[in-house]
Ligand binder design. Structure first.
Ligand SMILES: C[S@@+](CC[C@H](N)C(=O)[O-])C[C@H]1O[C@@H](n2cnc3c(N)ncnc32)[C@H](O)[C@@H]1O
Length: 384
């Protein structure tokens, strides 16, 4: 069966592919550059990392200019037939097809306002038109489709700006990364033992049933609770814009706890259905490029901390642990030569955990931003 749906992957391709797979269980997908084509119809707003997605009309050889034009012509007629009052259309086409001729074809089909940008559409242009035909290169062919869902930047900006607690000093996680982390487990009960201000919970109110959060700092419990209440209101408002329906009966329990002593938790009693999902503590938030000595010092502290956390998680038989370790992307002496933690294997020695191999066939997914000195190495442990 030919693939029926396409997706534009986010800046961290490995994370987008992992999320698509976890949400769809579609094993017959294929990828090329920043695109994925598959058999599962997914609202990209369920993910934290897919940019947009939609239905495929067909694949045409890259050499077949006429075939491509004919296909676009047919789609335009079809869209007009489906919605005779539609006046606007967006056409995201390869350079060769960005011509006056294609505008004439769209006009002939009955569209009055034709948006023919040089770049891929962003959320703003998607929102203005909603009707978007997209053509992109996929393994020597052109894939022609129509966008169905687009990651709603307005919703994420609203959530980001309106959470009452967002102390940058303490280090706050990108909300969409948080949502992606939650999608790396099917478990419905989540424990974030390094919760900070609770952004993991705020990012996935609709995804899970019950959140337990804890932090060594007492103020984090209160701040997470306040952020949770506000996030619930924003999700309630936002669900219709995201095209997601869900019940708001999600629960949150907070606790003050040193994660090195997980087994002292008073909140959780049955650990078998719980997954730990956390950004964790990435060490010192360097504002200037660190020296190698500083990085090594951070890494040995982090190793000792995670060794204790994972021993405790093992003692409690928590089935899955998803967490982030830092990957240092720049140092004073070595420029852009990366420094890896390299202690993951050592962390699970003497435990019943194994390190999960992701769709990228690696033991981690690197999530990094070009302006940052530290990247997140996403790691997943599973009980064997
Ligand atoms: C980077 S912040 C997490 C931020 C959170 N993901 C967010 O976006 O709101 C790390 C948190 O780990 C907490 N922390 C550090 N060491 C800890 C420990 N041993 N046990 C529990 N929490 C700890 C810090 O207090 C801090 O709130």
């Amino acid at each position: 069966m030919p693939p029926k749906y396409f997706y534009k992957l986010g800046h961290c391709k490995d994370l987008s592919i992992e999320e698509y797979f976890n949400l769809s269980r579609d094993v017959n997908y294929d990828t090329d550059s920043h695109w994925l084509i598959g058999h599962f119809d997914l609202n990209v707003n369920l993910s934290g990392s897919l940019v947009f997605g939609g239905e495929i009309f067909g694949l045409v050889s890259k050499k077949d200019d006429w075939g491509l034009i004919r296909m676009i012509e047919n789609i335009l007629d079809l869209l007009k037939e489906e919605n005779p009052s539609a006046k606007k259309i967006g056409l995201s086409l390869p350079k060769r097809q960005q011509s006056q001729a294609i505008i004439e074809i769209a006009k002939k089909a009955g569209f009055k306002k034709i948006n023919l940008p040089k770049k891929l559409p962003n959320f703003g242009s998607w929102k203005a038109t909603k009707n978007w035909i997209i053509v992109f290169e996929f393994k020597k062919e052109f894939c022609v489709g129509k966008i169905k869902t687009f990651s709603n930047q307005e919703f994420w900006a609203n959530l980001d700006q309106n959470l009452p607690h967002k102390d940058m000093e303490q280090g706050i996680m990108n909300l969409k990364l948080a949502r992606s982390l939650l999608n790396l487990t099917k478990k419905e009960i989540i424990w974030d033992p390094f919760c900070g201000q609770g952004r993991l919970v705020a990012s996935g109110i609709d995804l899970k049933k019950h959140f337990f959060v804890s932090d060594i700092l007492p103020e984090c419990a209160t701040q997470s609770q306040i952020n949770f209440e506000r996030a619930k209101q924003i999700w309630q408002w936002g669900q219709k814009y995201l095209g997601i329906a869900f019940d708001l009966d999600v629960l949150l329990n907070t606790e003050v706890l040193d994660a090195r002593f997980l087994s002292k938790s008073q909140n959780i009693t049955d650990f078998r259905e719980v997954a730990i999902v956390t950004e964790g503590y990435l060490g010192k938030n360097f504002q200037i490029i660190p020296t190698i000595a500083k990085v090594q010092k951070e890494l040995s502290k982090l190793y000792e901390m995670w060794r204790q956390v994972i021993l405790e998680a093992d003692k409690l038989k928590i089935p899955e642990v998803i967490f982030c370790l830092p990957l240092y992307l720049r140092t004073e002496e070595n420029g852009e030569k990366w420094i890896w933690p390299k202690f993951e294997e050592k962390l699970i020695k003497q435990t019943s955990y194994s390190i999960f191999s992701f769709r990228n066939k690696k033991l981690n997914i690197l999530y990094s931003r070009s302006d940052s000195y530290v990247g997140h190495l996403i790691t997943k442990l599973v009980l064997v």
